[in-house]
Design a protein. Structure first.
Length: 325
C-alpha cells in the first residue's frame, strides 16, 4: 500500500482513508493489497484529484520503463521523458519537469556507488558551485534499485525531488518519492540537515575525475581525446565520460564536426568558468549559460548527452570502463 501512496506523492493516512472508503481495512502502510484492489485504489485517488508522479508504471508501463533502464546510460533521456509524459501536478513532478527542461543528464553507474555514498556520509554543507549544473537530473545505480535526483536552483533556495526505483521481477516500480528544499546562505552554500538525498546531490562532483587522474600516462593530445571525452554515439544520445574538463569550458561543441568558427555554428553548453577578476586579483567560479557560437548562417543540430560519472583508479581501468559503453 505504501508503494501506491508514494506513486501519488501522498501520505499513508490519506491512502488508508481512500482504501477504507472502498471497503478495505489494511492493518497499516506496509500491508499488501490484491491487484484488483490496487487498481480500484488508483482509480479512486485519480478521481479524487490526486495524480501519480509517474503514470503508466503499471502493467505494460512498468515493463517499458524496465526496458529503458536496462539500456542505461544511453537511454536515460528517453526514460526521463517516459516518466514525465503527461505528468500530473504536484511539487515533485514540478521540480523534475523543470530539471528536465535544461536537458542536463548525469548517470552514476554501480561502480561509483561506494565512493559517492562514502563522501555523502561525511558532508555537512556544499557550495552551489559544487553542483554539476544549476539545474539537472542524475540517476544513480544501486544494487537492485536506482535513485533519481532532480534539482533546480532559485534565488535563495535549492529544491530537490528524489524517486527510488526498484528493478526486480523484470519490471520497474516506484517505491518512494520525496521532495526536499534547503536555503542558500549569503556565501552561496547549502547547509545540510541529516538528509541523504541532499547529501548525495552535493557529493556527485566527488566522483568526477580530474584529467588523467591516477594515471602515469603522459597527457598527449591523443590520450586526452580517448580518455577525457570519449563519446559513444547513436542517433539519439551521446554518452560522454565526464571529467572536470568536459564539464567545464572545454569539449562543448555538439555538432560532431571540426568546423572553425568561420565555417559554421555550434552549441556551447552551459558550464562553470573560473573567471579572473583583476580588481580583486582572484578567480570566481561562475556559470556560463548555454549559447550558440560561430557564424550567423547555418543550423545547429542538438542531441541529448548523458554524462557518465565514475571515479577511475588507473589508466587500464579507464580504458576498460570507457570501452564497456
Amino acid at each position: 500500500m505504501h508503494e501506491i501512496a508514494a506513486e501519488f506523492g501522498l501520505d499513508s493516512k490519506t491512502t488508508l482513508r481512500a482504501l477504507r472508503e472502498l471497503g478495505q481495512y489494511p492493518k497499516g502502510p506496509s500491508s499488501s493489497i490484491e491487484p484488483p484492489v490496487a487498481r480500484r485504489l488508483r482509480q479512486a485517488l485519480t478521481a479524487a484529484g490526486h495524480s501519480s508522479p509517474f503514470p503508466g508504471l503499471d502493467g505494460d508501463g512498468a515493463e517499458r520503463a524496465k526496458t529503458l533502464i536496462d539500456a542505461l546510460p544511453r537511454r536515460m533521456p528517453n526514460l526521463i521523458d517516459f516518466l514525465l509524459h503527461d505528468h500530473g501536478s504536484g511539487a515533485m513532478t514540478s521540480i523534475l519537469a523543470r530539471a528536465a527542461a535544461d536537458r542536463w543528464f548525469f548517470f552514476a553507474p554501480g561502480r561509483a556507488h561506494s565512493a559517492l555514498y562514502g563522501h555523502a556520509s561525511t558532508l555537512d554543507r556544499f557550495r552551489l558551485t559544487d553542483l554539476l549544473a544549476p539545474t539537472g537530473l542524475a540517476l544513480i545505480e544501486r544494487p537492485n534499485s536506482h535513485l533519481l535526483l532532480g534539482w533546480v536552483t532559485d534565488p535563495g533556495m535549492l529544491s530537490l525531488a528524489s524517486a527510488d526505483f526498484s528493478t526486480t521481477s523484470g519490471r520497474l516500480s516506484v517505491t518512494q518519492t520525496q521532495t526536499h528544499s534547503a536555503a542558500i546562505d549569503e556565501a552561496s552554500s547549502v547547509i545540510l540537515s541529516p538528509n541523504t538525498a541532499l547529501s548525495t546531490l552535493g557529493s556527485l562532483s566527488s566522483v568526477i575525475p580530474d584529467r588523467a587522474s591516477g594515471s602515469s600516462v603522459a597527457r598527449t593530445a591523443s590520450h586526452d581525446r580517448v580518455t577525457e571525452a570519449r563519446i559513444v554515439d547513436n542517433e539519439e544520445t551521446r554518452v560522454i565520460y565526464a571529467t572536470r574538463s568536459t564539464l567545464g569550458k572545454a569539449a562543448q561543441r555538439t555538432t560532431g564536426t571540426s568546423a572553425s568558427p568561420r565555417a559554421g555554428r555550434w552549441e556551447v553548453r552551459g558550464h562553470w568558468r573560473n573567471q579572473w577578476h583583476p580588481s580583486v586579483q582572484d578567480h570566481e567560479r561562475i556559470w556560463i549559460a548555454e549559447h550558440t557560437a560561430g557564424a550567423a548562417e547555418g543550423s545547429v543540430s542538438r542531441r541529448d548527452r548523458v554524462y557518465l560519472l565514475s571515479p577511475r583508479a588507473s589508466s587500464t581501468s579507464r580504458t576498460n570502463e570507457t570501452d564497456a559503453l
